[in-house]
Design a protein around this ligand. Structure first.
Ligand code: LLP
Length: 421
């Protein structure tokens, strides 16, 4: 459930009309609902109630500092994958002891930054990374708390570009080799082994792959304990999917995911961490755009928006579906017609939807992409020299621009022309 509903004939974000927001910001613009973000975070909190746990929001899904502050103040930890995300989480006031550092390619500089600034744990993904971390931590006279990310060789049954838990993926250490790597880790200076980490992919719409992975993690935990390691924390990653196509999809609920966690690893007495991104942020955000032209082609009609693939890349990158709805509420029972909905970027891939049925829309009308809160603004670029799309946060009857649209001058000012030109 989210807080984007029609009221009084127009689409609202909580108690603010989208039309009021776009009058101030122009389009395209991302609009987030604070109540929806907090509600989704609470679903996970409730699902894990009674188990010692920390819900670490995946910053990569929606990294705006205002959003991180909102979630951090509600008690969330953060899952980060870069120095930049570490800096964002800290700028949002999240303490280091609530930040977990994931990712296959952490640099020594990033490790140093986190160790000096404070970090809850590193989720280590390879032996070379383990050695690098051991060096960096030792040189700082610190012990880096680590889990090792294991690759359980489980098919997440999701889009190939976002599946991470099969042996052919670049992520983690093959679970069959985990005991050897833990033995090696335990001997390294500057390393403190505290747990096990797993993340098998994103937008999972079934629980079975999680069950297979968590069961393997539970077995591994018992073996590692038998080997003498003090395994006290399990990071189970993120990945729970959301309904993108509202009428057809009903992915599992956080409550059932929580029950699965209890069933598979609850008996181990470990502190549980999870790293949800999409389920917290996805349906808490809209991308609002304006129809620039409605154009008739041969056998099909094109709706050309002022948003493009650089603002929301998911449809062109993953063939992802986003529901698109008019901002002015359509009359009940009104006839729809199919449109190819595209952006202005000079690529055929700049297509959001083909033959999508929409109620009557005309030039100048506003439309909203649903489920755009996660992996939307964070994946935006300035391709075609289109200024980075702005972001707005709504809470109740108030809203604030939390990232403004840069002017052309600001965009150009980052370039410099060498003296010899
Ligand atoms: N933890 C780790 C280690 C991850 O790699 C990810 C996502 C998450 C947590 C959060 O997963 P979530 O709960 O959001 O599914 N850009 C793609 C999604 C990439 C996901 C990458 N990793 C998309 O737009 O669908």
């Amino acid at each position: 459930m989210d807080h984007f509903l029609y009221r009084g004939g127009q689409l609202m974000a909580e108690d603010v009309a989208i039309s009021e927001i776009v009058a101030e910001t122009g389009t395209p613009v991302y609009v987030y609902s604070a109540a929806t973000l907090l509600r989704h975070l609470k679903l996970f909190e409730d699902a894990l109630d009674g188990l010692p746990h920390l819900v670490c929001f995946a910053v990569k899904s929606l990294g705006n500092v205002a959003v991180l502050k909102l979630l951090g103040e509600a008690g969330a930890g953060m899952d980060i994958v870069s120095g930049g995300e570490y800096a964002r989480a800290r700028a949002a006031g999240v303490p280091g002891e609530r930040i977990v550092f994931s990712g296959v390619g952490k640099t020594r500089e990033e490790m140093r930054m986190a160790l000096e600034g404070g970090i809850r744990q590193f989720n280590v993904e390879s032996e070379p990374e383990l050695h690098a971390l051991s060096d960096v931590a030792s040189s700082l006279g610190k012990a880096a708390p680590i889990t090792i990310r294991v690759n359980p060789d489980v098919d997440a049954k999701t889009h190939a570009k976002i599946a991470t838990g099969k042996s052919e993926n670049k992520f983690g250490i093959p679970i069959a080799r985990a005991r050897d790597v833990y033995a090696m880790a335990a001997k390294l200076p500057g390393i403190e082994v505290i747990g096990v980490d797993v993340h098998i992919g994103s937008q999972l719409t079934e629980l079975a792959p999680f069950e297979a992975a968590f069961t393997k993690v539970a077995e591994l935990t018992e073996s590692l304990r038998a080997d003498g390691h003090d395994i006290r924390r399990l990071d189970l990653g993120g990945g729970l999917g959301i309904p993108y196509e509202r009428i057809n999809e009903a992915p599992p609920l956080p409550f059932d995911y929580g029950a699965l966690i209890r069933r598979t690893v609850g008996h181990l007495g470990c502190e549980i961490e999870i790293e949800p991104g999409r389920l917290v942020a996805g349906n808490a955000g809209l991308l609002v755009s304006r129809v620039t032209y409605a154009k008739s082609g041969e056998g099909r009609d094109f709706l050309i928006l002022d948003a493009a693939m650089n603002d929301l890349v998911r449809p062109s990158m993953y063939d992802a579906h986003h529901d698109i709805i008019p901002v002015a509420e359509p009359e009940a029972g009104v006839e729809t017609k199919p449109w190819d909905i595209v952006g202005p970027v000079c690529e055929t891939g700049d297509t959001f939807a083909r033959e999508r049925e929409l109620p009557p829309v005309a030039e100048g009308d506003f439309v909203a992409f649903r489920s755009a809160g996660a992996y939307g603004a964070v994946m935006a670029s300035e391709y075609n020299a289109r200024p980075l799309v702005p972001e707005v946060l709504v809470s109740g009857d108030q809203f604030a621009v939390i990232r403004r649209r840069p002017s052309y001058e600001e965009m150009i000012a980052r370039d410099s022309i060498p003296e010899w030109l």
